[in-house]
Design a protein around this ligand. Sequence first.
Ligand code: S3P
Length: 188
Amino acid sequence: MTEHTTFNDAEIAQTASRIDRPIALVGLMGVGKSTVGRKLAAMLDRDFVDADDAIEAAAQRSVAEIFEEFGESYFRDGERRVIARLLEEHDGVIATGGGAFVDPETRALILEHGIAVWIDCDMDTLVERVSRRNTRPLLRTGDPKEILTRLYQEREPFYSQAQIHVMSEDGPHADTARRIVEAIQAWL
Ligand code: S3P
C-alpha cells in the first residue's frame, strides 16, 4: 500500500535549504540506494552521484572486474578515496556501495562530512530485488538469500551508526525519498 504523507513541496524546499552537507545513502545491495538517491536529489533540487559509477569511471573497469582482477581490499581502498573526493565536490546526494560504510575510515569520513542515511529493507523484498541483476560480485558466490542474511547480520552494527534510519517498503521509491526528507527535517 502506498504511504501518504503530508509533507508538501514548500516543506521539502524549506528542509533542502537547511541541509548544508551531502547526504550519503548507505545500506545493503538492493535496497534501492541509487534509485531512491536520484529521486531524493530531484526533490531537493541537488545533484546526484553514484559512488560505484565514480569508482568505475576512475578505474576504467566495472566493479566486478576490479574485484576479479585486484580483490576486495584494493576495491575498498579505491572506494575510500573516491568517496572522500565526492564528499568534497558534491553537496547533493551520494549513493554509496553496500560495503562502503563498513570500512572504518570511509564511515568516519561520511559521518564527519555528510549526513548518513541507512536505507533498510526486509529480507524477502531485498532478495526479490537483487535477483533482477547479476552484476554484484559478492552475490555470485552462493545463494543470494544466505549471503544477504549474513551480510545484514555483520553490517547492521555499522549501518545503525548512520544519523538517519529509514525503511524501504515494497512501494514506490519516491515514498522512501519523501520519508528521508521528513526524517532529516526531524533530525536537523
Ligand atoms: C558491495 C555493494 C555494491 C558494490 C560492490 C560491493 C557490497 O554496491 O559496491 O559490489 O560490499 O555490499 P551496491 O550496494 O550499489 O550494489
